[in-house]
Design a protein around this ligand. Structure first.
Ligand code: FAD
Ligand code: NAD
Length: 164
């Protein structure tokens, strides 16, 4: 299995888009952020999530230092931020942080998770950082979707299919 085959196949697993952030002090100037779609919910009790960060990304060293990170789940209208934090388009004027538990998060996101690092594991060319959710906040809205390398919005097929 080649890396290109992996990208072609896994790109067909539609995901949301997050910005992962961390900072050594509660100060906008010390924040580092990056776009990540390798994010998943892991456990409800205790509340755990997982992010997978490429070994070459600067973010790993930052998270190892701070021991905490934020996850902002983006809304459709935040696509420019996902490009900015992937280093693909420079749009610093759009970046606004809010702070929760000394963790920076992106203003206007659908969800904010402030996490402390529970454990980090090496996995091939990535590091897995399991985070304990210390505080969260969410709002209604339209999620940004990533599929086969492009950004999309979500289409509703049927209301309430499980009868919840
Ligand atoms: P850099 O490349 O230096 O920083 C990222 C960008 O954010 C730079 O342009 C920088 O100027 C800007 N930035 C950082 N901090 C601030 C700040 N405080 N204020 C304003 N701007 C700032 N990679 C993974 O490892 N895991 C993933 O799950 C993942 N998912 C991705 C999903 C999508 C949809 C995309 C487009 C990319 C994804 N990437 C993922 C790739 C990753 O986003 C890039 O490789 C990113 O550039 C790595 O960031 P870095 O930590 O090396 O820092
Ligand atoms: P793409 O076609 O590269 O991505 C499709 C899917 O492949 C992604 O959703 C992810 O599941 C997987 N993937 C892509 N690059 C990967 C990597 N380096 N490690 C592990 N899985 C990876 O989409 P694109 O629009 O060409 O992506 C833009 C840039 O963002 C590329 O440089 C890509 O490598 C990077 N990216 C990295 C990850 C990641 O590290 N987990 C995820 C998505 C995108």
């Amino acid at each position: 299995v080649t890396p290109l085959q992996m990208r072609k196949a896994l790109g067909r697993f539609a995901s949301g888009v997050t910005i992962v952030t961390t900072a050594e002090s509660e100060d906008d100037a010390s924040v580092h952020g990056m776009t990540a779609n390798a994010f998943t919910s892991v456990s409800l009790d205790p509340p755990l999530v997982l992010i997978s960060i490429a070994n070459r990304a600067k973010m790993n060293e930052r998270i190892n230092k701070t021991g905490k990170y934020g996850v902002s789940i983006l809304a459709t209208d935040q696509e420019p931020l996902s490009l900015h934090f992937a280093g693909a388009a420079h749009q610093p004027d759009l970046v606004r942080f809010v702070w929760r538990r000394e963790v920076p998060l992106l203003e206007g996101a659908l969800v904010h998770l402030a996490c402390s690092v529970d454990a980090s594991y090496p996995a091939g060319d990535h590091m897995l950082h399991v985070g304990r959710v210390e505080q969260l906040w969410y709002d209604d809205g339209h999620p940004l979707v990533f599929y086969t390398g492009s950004f999309r919005s979500l289409e509703l097929l049927r209301d309430d299919p499980w009868g919840f």
